[in-house]
Design a protein. Structure first.
Length: 94
């Protein structure tokens, strides 16, 4: 017996007739319902956006500097200690 998650979330949007026609036409080309087309397109766009904001691409020189910085032990000075205290004050980590 397979148990599947229930779809219970909804997003509504208003759009111009021309935009609706364009989406319906594209969905038809892909053999999808309008809802399925919108969902797959939105998910692909969301994944791309998240990737762009959560990843960093460095050139070789910057990558080497980054790895060199990671390899060096941290020396706690007054500024670093103050920054960590300020971070703890401002950020609610889960």
């Amino acid at each position: 017996m397979t148990v599947s998650a229930t779809k219970n979330e909804r997003i509504n949007l208003r759009l111009k007739q021309s935009a609706k026609n364009l989406i319906e036409r594209a969905a038809t080309f892909e053999g999808k319902t309008v809802s399925s087309f919108i969902l797959s397109s939105a998910l692909a766009s969301a994944e791309k956006t998240i990737h762009e904001h959560e990843s960093i691409q460095l050139n070789e020189q910057d990558a080497q500097r980054f790895f060199d910085a990671l390899a060096k032990p941290v020396r706690f000075n007054k500024k670093l200690t103050e920054a960590l205290v300020e971070h703890d004050r401002r950020v609610d980590s889960k």
